[in-house]
Design a protein around this ligand. Structure first.
Ligand SMILES: [Zn+2]
Length: 364
């Protein structure tokens, strides 16, 4: 398998357009045509992780946090990033990062966190805009089934847990081929009226290319009349953070205990308990203070995230309890998630998780 196949698969499921504007997800270093010998997964691309990859014969490193994040003006050996770049290039080690596009996906980092807490009825806390399009195709009656099947196979017409969703209405299409046309129906300069079906589908942004291809391949006309329109609708599974409910409400001390066990930590920095049961829970893996207002607005009893600064805690204002469980702790299961994602498609492939705990923070 070439690196390109692995990356096409990852980006097909977790498209790069889902990443935040400040991010640099995607290929960091390496040759897409290289054969993948083995994949090592880590949260961070540290020097010890790179050494482990080389020692274990893995020539592909998939990390959550991008190695190349800020601008790099020289590649020497003065700091870890510079040395890692040099080592990777010298040793043909490909480095790939799947960061906020994994955070902002309904099967990503926050789903894993929600699952650890047993949350139900989950959805994105702040859905991304611009992720959904409406495709309308006008098709002669006899070809409707074929076009419909092809479009659905390409991923058009999926809404939540339903697939094959479309609306089809009959009407009359009119056209007149000119002298240069090669029409399937009719003759040059003779006006045509054809019974057609207007077929409408929701298409997620990253599948537009595939859907248009499927449409053109199965549609009988030389010129396919169609509309592609960006919608204001959002997908509840795509966006920053996640919110859901515990199956049973629990007390705040019990919930904090659950957090400690679920995220294998002895330390949680939280705002004062509010003295009410916890039922609705918002989560955000990694630095999530930017979502605090939204968590409050949506009635979260607790907001579980990390990297809260002193003044950020004040902004909870007694409206929700902030529980800062630590950046590494909140994202630690992302490594397992990546292993599962890759194994799902390539079950026989040599994929492993790093043996190193890359958390740079030490608790005494
Ligand atoms: Zn992170």
């Amino acid at each position: 398998m070439k690196s390109k196949q692995l990356i096409d698969y990852l980006e097909g499921r977790f498209p790069l357009y889902l990443q935040e504007s400040y991010d640099n997800s995607g290929l960091q270093i390496g040759d897409l045509e290289q054969e993948v010998k083995g994949v090592l997964i880590a949260l961070d691309c540290t020097e010890e992780v790179v050494r482990e990859a080389l020692k274990t014969g893995c020539n592909t490193l998939v990390t959550h946090h991008p190695l190349l994040f800020k601008g790099i003006k020289r590649i020497g050996n003065q700091n870890a990033v510079e040395r890692i770049i040099t080592t990777c290039i010298k040793n043909d080690l490909l480095v790939y990062a799947i960061h906020t596009n994994l955070d902002n996906h309904g099967e990503g980092v926050n789903k894993k966190i929600s699952d650890r807490l047993g949350l139900i009825n989950i959805r994105a806390l702040v859905p991304v805009k611009g992720s959904l399009y409406k495709l309308t195709v006008f098709t002669p009656l006899d070809d409707v089934e074929k076009v419909h099947k092809n479009l659905c196979t390409a991923g058009a017409g999926a809404i939540g847990n339903y697939y094959g969703c479309s609306f089809q209405s009959r009407g009359t299409g009119t056209f007149t081929p000119n002298n240069k046309a090669n029409p399937t129906l009719g003759k040059a300069n003779i006006p045509q009226r054809v019974e057609e079906v207007k077929m409408e589908y929701l298409v997620p942004k990253h599948l537009i290319g595939a859907a248009l291809n499927a449409m053109h391949q199965s549609h009988p006309y030389e010129e396919v009349a169609h509309d592609l329109v960006l919608l204001e609708n959002t997908d509840r599974n795509l966006g920053s953070g996640m919110i859901g409910e515990l199956p049973e409400a629990m007390s705040e001390p019990n919930f904090l205990n659950l957090l400690k066990i679920a995220f294998r930590t002895g330390v949680i920095r939280s705002t004062a308990p509010l003295g009410k049961p916890v039922k609705r829970v918002a989560v955000c893996g990694g630095s999530g203070s930017f979502l605090l207002k939204e968590a409050i607005q949506q009635g979260a009893d607790v907001f579980v995230s990390s990297d809260f600064k002193y003044h950020d805690f004040f902004e909870a204002e007694g409206k929700t309890m902030v529980a800062d469980i630590g950046h590494y702790e909140s994202e630690q299961y992302t490594q397992e998630l990546l292993l599962e994602i890759i194994k799902e498609k390539f079950p026989n492939f040599a994929v492993r998780i790093t043996e190193h705990n890359t958390n740079p923070i030490n608790f005494l």
